[in-house]
Design a protein around this ligand. Structure first.
Ligand code: AMP
Length: 219
């Protein structure tokens, strides 16, 4: 099964993607994580270009992200896949569709997480993650047990460079301009569902699980 989670930055896609991957045995494809890792591990000849886009909160050019997707799909064609943050514009959605069809596959659900803009900004400013295990915390909604350190690894949590108010507003603008068009695109193929992301992590997780279970029971 292949599903897509999309929505503005800060709605909890990454957290839900981790929970869903564990429950349904999805391999997670997170374009943001892959790009950040590509930069930190210097895995591409385009590092400086990628870094520039990440810092500005703008989408990295399609040609760069397509290479990363293509390699991933070929390697994982027989697995359950959860796409987190890819596609992010209509061109990427078309290319993903083409690549899947080429491999005899399809996208089965496209779930949009929805949240009020001011709540998004509040969440992102208070978001931190563990540099070792990757767990995401939020100082307001999901704080670590001890001040500023990871519950499991006991090391200091870090803030993402692009979780700065000015860059957050830019990323929200990019979402409105480029990514929101995916709603109509996936509605037209009847795989779209909107999920309210304003509740507690577990509530949102249960709601998404219900949608996935209803879909798999119907198949
Ligand atoms: P995220 O971790 O999903 O919030 O993404 C962080 C940043 O990675 C975005 O602001 C973009 O600069 C870049 N990025 C993530 N996904 C994509 C994508 N599908 N296409 C282009 N750039 C992306």
């Amino acid at each position: 099964m292949r599903i897509l989670l999309f929505g503005p930055p800060g709605v909890g896609k990454g957290t839900q993607a981790d929970l869903l991957s564990k429950k349904y045995n999805f391999i997670k494809f997170s374009m943001g994580d892959i790009l950040r890792e590509t930069v930190s591990k210097k895995r591409s000849s385009n590092i400086e270009e990628i870094e520039r886009f990440l810092k500005r909160g703008e989408l990295v050019p399609d040609e760069i992200v397509f290479d990363l997707v293509e390699n991933f799909l070929i390697k994982n064609r027989n697995s359950n896949i959860l796409f987190d943050g890819f596609p992010r514009n209509l061109n990427q959605a078309h290319i993903l569709n083409k690549s899947l069809v080429h491999l005899g596959l399809s996208l089965e659900l496209a779930l949009e997480l929805h949240l009020d803009e001011e709540e998004i900004i509040k969440r992102l400013i208070n978001r931190r993650s563990c540099p070792k295990c990757g767990r995401i915390y939020n100082f307001i909604t999901d704080p670590p047990k001890s001040n500023g350190v990871c519950d499991q690894c006991n090391i200091e949590l870090v803030k993402r460079a692009d979780d700065d108010e000015q860059i957050i507003r830019k990323r929200l603008h990019v979402y409105e301009k480029q990514t929101r068009a995916l709603v109509d695109y996936y509605k037209s193929s009847s795989i779209y569902c909107q999920v309210d992301a304003s509740g507690m992590q577990n509530e949102v997780f249960e709601n998404i699980s219900k949608i996935i279970d209803a879909y798999t029971n119907k198949r």
